[in-house]
Ligand binder design. Structure first.
Ligand code: GTP
Ligand code: MG
Length: 445
């Protein structure tokens, strides 16, 4: 997400952040580069202009040029401003007073409405809230099947009707169904069109009247560029939009346009879609995204993802093993497989502070595919005893394992060394002193 932008900004701000006192010219030059990088990422020109203008003003008003940490303060001013552009604070879903609260999902054709409806149901269900879905796209014959199939993994009920039904009728039935299930949320997937046309708007108005939604989420494909700003404006004028979902933020979309929407229309972004899988939805946190864009990482999201992925019992046992120093290669394999569930390795690395600069030097394939597959193959070629006591692995065993996994003895060696380091790090971390050290490292960011 925003790789190119992040890379450019990391260079500019990295250079600035390392400087003590600054001249006005230093700041102007840096901000000029920032503005070009923003425009290049398709951020709306007015937004880019007002961003650099505000940062400059803050810097000059604050009289910070002569400070010994001037560079860092400029970076901080830029981050605060970026957070503002992205909407300031995290916007949560609007709940109604009656149950279920109704969420209408609207948007252009192919923007990701159906996928988002399912992801959102999965997200809410994971939070322990009963949620049902309604298939109100009555125009495309395959639409109902698509929703039903995608929802299988969520375990949420999908309401649909056969025959020639009006969308608003289906919605009414779906809300009744939600009520009978005791649902907290009913999510309505609606039909899209290739352009904003009158029929669609009339139908949506009818659905809105029939369902009195608490939340109207407009799904916007982040790849559509500046046009997305107009789409948002028009939907908002006709239907009244309460929140945005930006989808396809996983690609290196020049998603800057999408980022300018809030600033231009005043509608907050509530979620972002990052991938086709049902887990690929994140709450939109302006401060965290700003950190990520500026190459400062996003440790909080990473921790939350880990919490969802690892269950409590597993975490407890892992901690015990770390404390007692009995973590073995069998556990390592389990962990690796669990981490894979958190998302792609490159997505995870993106959230680690400072990693964006290292990441460029690494081959994405190496991160996501080849290397992990190799590591897994090596561990799988070991006997259980070897996994539990890697120190048993002698030269002849090493050759056997390499042969079994289609790798070289050096690869086996490398893995064993890596594992030793990880084990040592874990032991350190599980001590109070190690944790204090880690906290100190993180708080210095
Ligand atoms: N990479 C990526 N693909 C996505 C994301 N969200 C949706 N898609 C893909 O985009 C395509 C269209 O998604 P749908 O959910 O069918 O879009 P829709 O708005 O319901 O489409 P219509 O009902 O035809 O208007 C599908 O191939 C999805 O898998 C995302 O966040 N990232
Ligand atoms: Mg759809």
């Amino acid at each position: 997400m925003f790789e190119t932008l992040t890379n450019k900004l990391t260079v500019v701000f990295g250079r600035l952040g390392n400087k003590g006192r600054l001249t006005e010219k230093d700041v102007d030059e840096a901000l000029r580069e920032v503005r070009l990088a923003l425009l290049d990422a398709d951020v709306h020109f007015k937004v880019a202009r007002s961003f650099t203008k505000s940062v400059k003003e803050k810097v000059m008003e604050g009289d910070i040029l002569t400070s010994l940490t001037a560079g860092q303060q400029v970076v901080k001013a830029a981050k605060d401003e970026l957070v503002g552009i992205l909407g300031g604070r995290t916007a949560t879903l609007l709940e109604g007073t009656r149950k279920p609260s109704v969420i209408l999902i609207v948007g252009l054709n192919g923007s990701g409405k159906t996928t988002t409806a399912v992801k959102l149901a999965y997200h809410l269900k994971n939070e322990g809230q009963v949620t049902n879905l309604v298939a109100a796209d009555v125009h495309r014959p395959a639409a109902i099947d698509q929703l039903v199939t995608l929802s299988k993994d969520t375990g949420c009920d999908v309401f649909h009707m056969s025959g020639n039904k009006q969308a608003s009728e289906v919605v009414g039935g779906g809300i009744d169904k939600g009520r009978s299930l005791g649902a907290a949320w009913t999510i309505v997937d609606t039909a899209g069109r290739s352009q904003i046309d009158e029929d669609l708007m009339l139908e949506l108005e009818e659905i809105k009247k029939a369902s009195e939604p608490d939340e109207v989420l407009l799904v916007v494909d982040a790849m559509t560029g500046q046009e997305s700003v107009n789409v948002a404006r028009e939907f908002h004028e006709r239907i009244g939009v309460t929140g945005l979902v930006l989808t396809k933020m996983d690609g290196d979309a020049r998603g800057g346009a999408a980022l300018s929407i809030t600033s231009v229309t005043g509608i907050p972004v509530k979620f972002i879609g990052i991938g086709e899988r049902v887990e690929g939805l994140e709450l939109f946190h302006p401060d965290r995204l700003a950190s990520r864009i500026l190459g400062m990482g996003d440790v909080l999201t990473l921790v939350e993802k880990a919490q969802v992925t690892f269950d409590q019992q597993q975490t407890y046992e892992l901690e015990k093993k770390m404390r007692q120093d009995t973590f073995d290669l069998e556990d390592f394999l389990d962990q690796m497989q669990a981490i894979k569930k958190m998302g792609s390795m490159s997505q995870i690395l993106e959230m680690i502070p400072g990693f964006s600069s290292v990441r460029n030097k690494m081959d994405a394939d190496d991160l996501d595919g080849a290397h992990l597959v190799k590591t897994e193959a090596i561990i799988q070629s070991m006997t259980l005893k070897e996994r539990q006591r890697p120190e048993l692995i002698s030269g002849s065993r090493r050759r056997r394992i390499a042969k079994g996994s289609g790798t070289m003895p050096q690869d086996v060696n490398q893995l064993l060394n890596q594992f030793k380091q990880i084990r040592k790090m874990m032991k350190d971390m599980s001590s109070t002193r190690g944790q204090q050290k880690l906290l100190k490292m993180m708080s210095q960011r």
